[in-house]
Design a protein around this ligand. Structure first.
Ligand SMILES: [Zn+2]
Length: 318
C-alpha cells in the first residue's frame, strides 16, 4: 500500500518529510492508535518545554515504528476526515471537548503537495489589528484572479456572506488542518468535493468585510488560527517547514495555537506565543506564568507596564 511506503521512507530517512498527517477527534478511541500511525503523528503527554519535546520525540519514534505495519483502508481515512463535519457552520469543532495534548503534523508528502493559494504580495499579516485579531494573511489580487487549494483535501464550506468572510471556502486537509479562502467573487467548488493542491477553487474578490480585492487566507486546526507565515513563505511559494509541532496549552485553552518548527528546521524565526487574559490576570502574574518580565511583555505588546488588562485581551508572551 502506498501509504505504508511513506512510512518506510520515513524510517530510512531521519527527516520526517514524506508523511501524510491526519487529525482526529479524541472520542474515537478505538481508531486513535491506528490513526496516529497512519498520520505519522506523535502524541506527547502534557505540556513540556521545547527541549523536552525534542527528547520525548526521539524516545517516541520506536513505538511508532513498531506499529507502522498496520493496515489502513481508504474508508477509514474518509471516516476520520469526516468527523465533526459541518457544511453550514464555519467553525466545526465547537462541541469537541477533548483535543490532542500536543501533536506533530506533517504538511506534505511525496504525493500530497503544496501550492500557494495565490501568488501575490502579503498585504497584512497575522496578529493583533486594533481591537481585533487578524487571523490570517491578506494576499493582493485582482477581482477574478484564480484562487487555488493550498493542500489536498475535501471542501467543507462553500458559502456566501458569512461573518464578514464574504464568499468563503474552507477545505479540510488530511492532516486535520483547515484552510480558509475568503472575500471571493466566485466559488467553483461544492462541499464534499475532493481537491488537490493547486486546483482552482474560486476567483478572488472583495465580498464581505473587505476594503478592496484581496484573498484573506487562514490556516486553522480545531478551529484555532495559526499564523500562515510560520508555515509558508509567500514570497517564494514554498513551505518553511514540513512538520509542525503544536502543544496542548494552546489547543486546550482555545487561545492561539503556536506552530513550532521541527527539530533542525532552523530557518523558522523566533517562536511567538499568545495568551488570552483571564479574570484576575495582571502583567506580573502573566510574566511569572511564562517565565518572563513585565518589561518584556510591555515591550512585546507595545503597552505601558502598568496598563490594566482586559479579560479576553490577547497578548503576546513570547
Ligand atoms: Zn484578512
Amino acid at each position: 500500500m502506498i501509504l505504508k511506503n511513506f512510512f518506510k521512507l520515513h524510517q530510512e530517512n531521519t527527516t520526517p518529510s514524506y508523511l501524510i498527517g491526519l487529525s482526529f477527534a479524541m472520542q474515537f478511541n478505538l481508531l486513535i492508535k491506528r490513526f496516529f500511525v497512519f498520520a505519522g503523528i506523535i502524541l506527547l503527554p502534557g505540556l513540556v518545554s521545547a527541549q523536552k519535546n525534542i527528547d520525548t520525540l526521539s524516545r517516541a519514534v520506536p513505538d511508532i515504528r513498531s506499529i507502522i505495519d498496520e493496515d489502513f483502508d481508504s474508508d477509514e481515512i474518509d471516516e476520520l476526515i469526516m468527523q465533526n463535519w459541518e457544511t453550514q457552520q464555519i467553525f466545526a469543532y465547537r462541541e469537541v471537548k477533548e483535543i490532542p495534548d500536543s501533536i506533530w503534523l506533517y504538511l506534505v508528502d511525496s504525493v500530497h503537495g503544496f501550492i500557494l493559494p495565490h501568488e501575490g504580495k502579503v498585504l497584512n499579516g497575522f496578529g493583533p489589528r486594533g481591537r481585533r485579531f487578524h487571523k490570517g494573511v491578506d494576499i493582493k489580487l485582482n477581482t477574478g484572479d484564480p484562487v487555488k487549494a493550498a493542500f489536498d483535501g475535501v471542501v467543507r464550506i462553500a458559502l456566501s456572506g458569512r461573518r464578514g468572510f464574504g464568499k468563503l471556502i474552507v477545505i479540510r486537509h488530511y492532516n486535520g488542518f483547515e484552510t480558509y479562502y475568503a472575500h471571493l467573487s466566485k466559488i467553483l467548488v461544492k462541499p464534499g468535493e475532493k481537491v488537490k493542491a493547486g486546483d482552482l477553487i474560486g476567483l478572488g474578490g472583495s465580498t464581505g468585510r473587505s476594503r478592496g480585492p484581496h484573498l484573506h487566507f487562514e490556516i486553522r486546526y480545531y478551529d484555532q488560527a495559526i499564523d500562515p507565515e510560520k508555515l509558508i513563505c509567500f514570497e517564494t511559494g514554498t513551505l518553511k517547514q514540513e512538520c509542525v509541532y503544536m502543544t496542548r496549552e494552546f489547543l486546550k485553552t482555545r487561545t492561539r495555537l503556536t506552530a513550532k518548527s521541527a527539530p533542525g528546521n532552523t530557518e523558522v524565526g523566533a517562536q511567538e506565543s499568545y495568551y488570552t487574559v483571564r479574570r484576575g490576570d495582571t502583567l506580573s502574574k502573566i510574566a511569572r506564568k511564562f517565565g518572563t518580565t513585565i518589561g518584556s511583555l510591555a515591550r512585546l505588546n507595545n503597552i505601558h507596564p502598568s496598563k490594566k488588562l482586559r479579560v479576553g485581551q490577547i497578548i503576546r508572551v513570547i
